[in-house]
Design a protein around this ligand. Structure first.
Ligand SMILES: NC(=O)c1ccc[n+]([C@@H]2O[C@H](COP(=O)([O-])OP(=O)(O)OC[C@H]3O[C@@H](n4cnc5c(N)ncnc54)[C@H](OP(=O)(O)O)[C@@H]3O)[C@@H](O)[C@H]2O)c1
Length: 371
C-alpha cells in the first residue's frame, strides 16, 4: 500500500519581530524529528510594514529559498492565494485588526497571545471566524507540548484527587529602567505591562489543572480578584497578582502572578492536592521537566514517592501548535479541542476584570470593540 502523503500546510507570516522569528524557525524544523508524519509546514509568504525587513527576515531564516513571497504590507499576505493560514505576531493591540483583515480575506488564523486588547474584540473575531467558516486559534503553544499533555494525564488519572490550590507565576526581567521607553512592554498603546504579556502563562496552567479538570465540568471561575502594581515609567503594570475561585463543582483556587521586573521563581507552578503536588520547573511557557510528589496519606504533606519527568525535542516548541492548526484545518474544524475558543475567552474575560480592578485603562483608540 502506498504511504499517505503528508498535508503540505502553507503559512503566511505577518510581522518580523522576536516571536515571528521563533515561529518560522520551528516551522522549518523537520516534523519527523518530533515523530510527526502527517503534516509538513511551508513558509509561503512573509509580510512586514517594510519590504526590506521582510527580505532581511527571509535571508536570515531561509536564505536562498526563492519560493517565499516577500511583501511590504500585511494585506498582501492575506490576499495571497498560496497562503492557507496567517500567523499573527504583531503586538497585542494590533491582533484584532490584523486577525479581522485576515479572516475577511478568507484565511485561517493563528494569533499570538494575548489574543486581543479585550474580550469584546475577541468575541467579535470569533463570531466573524464562525460566519466565514474559518479556523481561529490563540497561539498558546505551551498547551500543545508533550510535557503539558503528560501533566494533564497525571492530574486527571485520579491518584492525586481533586485540585485544591494552584500557584503559578511567570516573571521575566525586562530591565525596564534601561530599555527604550518605546519598547512594547512599556507602551500602553501596545498593551504593555505584565498582565497581557506574561499573564497568559500562569493562566494556561490554571485552565489545565482547574478549568479542564473533569470534576470542574467546565464551570467558569465564580470569583476573580486582582491587584496591579504600576510602573511610574509609563503607567503599565510591572507586577500583577490575581486569584480565581472555582467553586461551582470544585473547591479550588488559582493564585496567579506575573512581573516584568523579576526573574521567574522555581518551581514556577505548584498544583496542590490532598494526596500530593505537581511541581513544574521554569520557564512555565516551555518547561522541560516536572516533579510529582505523592503523600503517605491525604493531607499529611509527607512525601513517600517522588517522580521526575524530563522532556526534550528538536526546535523551540512552537511547532506543536502549528501541527495542531494544520490538522484542525484538514479536518474542517473551526477551533481546536485542546485550546478552544472558550479558553481564550476565559483568559480575556479574566484580564478585563483584573485591569478593571487595577484601573489599567488603555489609551483612547486602542480598543476597537467594547462590550
Ligand atoms: N508565544 C510566545 O512565546 C511569545 C513570545 C514573545 C511574544 N509573544 C507575543 O507576540 C507578539 C509580538 O511580540 P514580540 O516580542 O515578537 O514583539 P516585537 O519583537 O516587538 O515584534 C513585533 C512586530 O510586530 C510588527 N508591528 C506592527 N505594528 C507594530 C507597532 N506599532 N509597533 C511595533 N511593532 C509592530 C513589527 O513587524 P514589522 O515591522 O515587520 O511589520 C514588529 O517586528 C505579542 O503579542 C507577544 O505577546 C509571544
Amino acid at each position: 500500500m502506498a504511504a499517505v502523503q503528508p498535508l503540505v500546510f502553507r503559512w503566511g507570516i505577518i510581522s518580523t519581530g522576536f516571536i515571528a522569528e521563533a515561529f518560522v524557525k520551528d516551522l522549518r524544523v523537520d516534523p519527523k524529528t518530533r515523530d510527526v508524519h502527517d503534516v509538513v509546514h511551508v513558509v509561503a509568504a512573509v509580510g512586514s510594514r517594510s519590504v526590506e525587513k521582510a527580505q532581511t527576515f527571509i535571508d536570515k531564516h531561509a536564505a536562498g529559498d526563492t519560493s517565499i513571497k516577500t511583501y511590504g504590507s500585511y494585506a498582501e499576505v492575506y490576499a495571497d492565494p498560496n497562503v492557507d493560514a496567517v500567523y499573527i505576531g504583531t503586538p497585542h493591540t494590533y491582533h484584532y485588526e490584523n486577525a479581522r483583515d485576515a479572516l475577511l480575506a478568507g484565511k485561517h488564523v493563528l494569533c499570538e497571545k494575548a489574543t486581543t486588547s479585550n474580550a469584546a474584540e475577541l468575541r467579535a473575531l470569533l463570531k466573524l471566524a464562525k460566519e466565514r467558516n474559518l479556523f481561529f486559534m490563540e497561539a498558546l503553544w505551551t498547551r500543545f507540548h508533550p510535557l503539558t499533555k503528560e501533566v494533564k494525564r497525571i492530574a486527571e488519572e485520579g491518584s492525586l484527587g481533586d485540585p485544591v490550590v494552584l500557584h503559578a507565576d511567570l516573571s521575566g526581567d525586562f530591565d525596564i529602567d534601561n530599555i527604550p521607553k518605546t519598547h512594547r512592554i512599556l507602551d500602553p498603546h501596545l498593551g504593555g505591562g505584565a498582565l497581557l504579556d506574561l499573564g497568559p502563562y500562569p493562566m494556561i496552567w490554571a485552565v489545565l489543572a482547574l478549568y479542564e479538570h473533569p470534576s470542574n465540568k467546565r464551570a467558569l471561575p465564580t470569583g476573580i480578584t486582582g491587584a496591579m502594581l504600576k510602573t511610574p515609567l509609563k503607567g503599565v503594570d510591572s507586577s500583577t497578582s490575581f486569584t480565581l475561585n472555582f467553586t461551582e463543582h470544585l473547591r479550588a483556587q488559582a493564585i496567579l502572578s506575573c512581573s516584568i521586573t523579576l526573574p521567574p521563581p522555581n518551581p514556577g507552578v505548584i498544583i496542590r492536592y490532598r494526596n500530593g503536588n505537581i511541581l513544574i520547573n521554569p520557564p512555565i511557557y516551555c518547561p522541560k521537566s516536572f516533579i510529582v510528589q505523592y503523600f503517605d496519606k491525604p493531607g499529611s504533606g509527607v512525601v513517600v514517592r517522588e517522580e521526575k519527568r524530563v522532556f526534550s525535542y528538536v526546535g523551540g516548541g512552537w511547532h506543536f501548535e502549528a501541527d495542531e492548526v494544520a490538522r484542525c484545518v484538514r479536518e474542517g474544524k473551526l477551533e481546536s479541542e485542546i485550546w478552544g475558543h472558550d479558553k481564550s475567552l476565559l483568559l480575556m474575560d479574566v484580564f478585563d476584570e483584573v485591569r478593571r480592578q487595577g484601573d489599567y485603562k488603555f489609551p483612547e483608540g486602542v480598543e476597537k470593540v467594547f462590550a
